[in-house]
Design a binder for this molecule. Structure first.
Ligand SMILES: *Cc1c(COP(=O)(O)O)cnc(C)c1O
Length: 360
């Protein structure tokens, strides 16, 4: 607290990201990073950009990242996406932050699930947006029929976080038709691990914005690249806010690295499939240990053990250098969210759990 703070700062409750401890040998399964490195083409492209003693770094990057937007449009080309329907930002968190300002800040409250990405209420506080949370069903599903209140917009991740549950496209389309007066933002951070992208609906729905990130399925959390796809009028709103805040959200290295990652389809498919395979194997093994495991379409599983306290399990795993995420929040305080690691990391986790469950 300081008397120099603005009234906005006094009101904020900032988001707390999962910890990034600098411990050697850590089995880090707490922030949904990809266990595999990015495509080798990413490193080559960044090295290329740094050639000639990094002379290009003297110059500002392309403020509109045209090359990257074209690559993203091509990636989603089968749905007829053009680069003018793509907006890029410094991680999808930034894209989301701009979307809250540009498209969700209206007179009416926005709607999102009671259990969801905990950054959404933080953006609401930042911009003074009111919101209503809509409870997930008992089995943690989004029921679109519950989204009935008058609203200034709707946002949810699909698959949802931290549950991993997937909402089918038909349900998203119902929501879009029922709420034509407001923007529906579908945050597809995990869609590559088992979902069907709502980008398929963009050309039919003027109120749909789909947000993606390269942090999870492209192994580039450290490069900070996210994007949104929507009809031109929505993208233009994001551009107007972005150009009122920071004209160059993506630096030169991020632009070339992201283009290279998107171009390497084979590597993407291989690593994506490996994560999905590991997820299913981990799920089976956890079920055998007596955990209940929600079906996941993401790169994490959301689990509970009927006989063991989740907070305590997380603390004991931590003592062994294994970090998972525990949210001490209503309805989910007995759950752990475990990121899918490499098969080696999953094996270490399972061995630790076997020993912990046997000991108490
Ligand atoms: C990880 C995540 C993001 C943020 O991704 P970045 O692109 O790394 O900022 C956004 N939404 C959800 C639901 C996420 O899990």
């Amino acid at each position: 607290m300081s008397r120099y703070w603005s009234s906005v700062v006094h009101r904020l409750t900032p988001y707390v990201p999962g910890e990034q401890p600098r411990l050697p040998q850590l089995v880090k399964l707490n922030t949904n990073e990809n266990p595999y490195p990015p495509s080798p083409h990413v490193v080559a492209a960044i090295a290329g950009e740094l050639a000639a003693d990094g002379a290009s770094l003297r110059l500002y990057p392309d403020p509109n990242a045209e090359r990257l937007r074209a690559a993203i449009a091509t990636l989603h080309g089968r749905f007829g996406v053009g680069s003018e329907q793509v907006f890029v930002g410094n991680g999808s968190d930034e894209v989301l932050a701009l979307a809250f300002m540009a498209l969700l800040r209206h007179e009416l409250p926005i709607l999102f699930p009671d259990i969801t990405y905990s950054f959404y209420p933080v953006y609401c506080a930042l911009y003074g947006i009111t919101y209503l949370t809509i409870p997930l069903s008992e089995d943690f599903r989004i029921r679109v029929e519950d989204y009935a209140a008058a609203n200034g917009g709707i946002i949810f991740p699909n698959p949802n976080a931290p549950t991993g549950c997937l909402l089918p496209l038909v349900a998203i389309e119902q929501l879009l038709l029922r709420h034509r007066q407001s923007v529906v933002v579908v945050d597809e951070a995990y869609v590559d691990f088992g979902g069907e992208s709502a980008v398929a609906l963009v050309d039919r729905h003027p109120n749909l914005l789909v947000v993606h990130t390269l942090s999870k399925s492209r192994s580039l959390a450290g490069l900070r690249v996210g994007y949104a796809i929507g009809q031109r009028h929505l993208i233009e709103a994001l551009e107007r806010v972005k150009n009122s805040f920071n004209s160059y959200p993506l630096d030169r290295l991020a632009i070339v690295g992201a283009v290279a990652a998107i171009a390497d389809e084979d590597y993407f498919e291989t690593t994506r499939r490996a994560v999905i395979r590991s997820r299913e194997a981990l799920r089976e093994a956890l079920l055998l240990l007596g955990f209940s495991v929600l079906p996941s379409a993401a790169n994490f599983v959301f689990v509970r053990h009927p006989q063991h306290d989740a907070g305590e399990l997380a603390a004991r795993l931590r003592q062994r250098g294994i970090i998972v995420r525990h949210f001490p929040l209503p309805r989910i305080e007995q759950y752990l969210r475990i990121t899918i690691g490499s098969d080696e990391q999953c094996a270490v986790l399972l061995q630790a759990l076997r020993e912990l469950l046997a000991a108490c």
